[in-house]
Design a binder for this molecule. Sequence first.
Ligand SMILES: Nc1ncnc2c1ncn2[C@@H]1O[C@H](COP(=O)(O)OP(=O)(O)O)[C@@H](O)[C@H]1O
Ligand SMILES: [Mg+2]
Length: 155
Amino acid sequence: MRLYLPDPAATAELASRLHAVLPADTAGWTLLLEGELGAGKSTIARALIAAMGHSGKVPSPTYTLVEPYELPRGMVYHIDLYRVTSEQELRYLGWNELEDGFRLVEWPDRAPALAASADLLIRLEYAPSGRNAEITGLSTRGAELVAQMSATTMT
Ligand SMILES: Nc1ncnc2c1ncn2[C@@H]1O[C@H](COP(=O)(O)OP(=O)(O)O)[C@@H](O)[C@H]1O
Ligand SMILES: [Mg+2]
């Protein structure tokens, strides 16, 4: 599914549209957020974390690699792999221990193997004004969710 996002509010709106179709239990789900610096990855992560019930700041996980959120519907892990240079470093992140929650991953291209077990991919690209977004289902359940999203009209 492709979308044109004219401004940051439209990027946040994409996150709430995604939130609207997410299952009640997102434990074990993985969303990859691709796009160059400034493309809007953190804007989506912040809006999604807020929609899931977090009030307050959503600091960048660039240095901590992962920021955990204990939310009403379960754990959400905001992950930023920007500084990861080899997939081996994921061991330090304890990737497998984050399976009990919903993993939102910025810069997943730093660890290509992640895509094999992910459910959803949002790719953001600069447009002459605003951004273009493409949402892809990577797993069966992810594809079902994208189909549901495209069936709902944007307000
Ligand atoms: N659709 C959009 N059009 C224009 N600017 C946007 C859009 N979405 C997000 N932005 C802005 O781009 C900047 C970078 O966003 P950010 O989410 O931090 O990017 P990233 O995490 O990909 O580096 C922010 O100032 C944000 O408000
Ligand atoms: Mg970011």
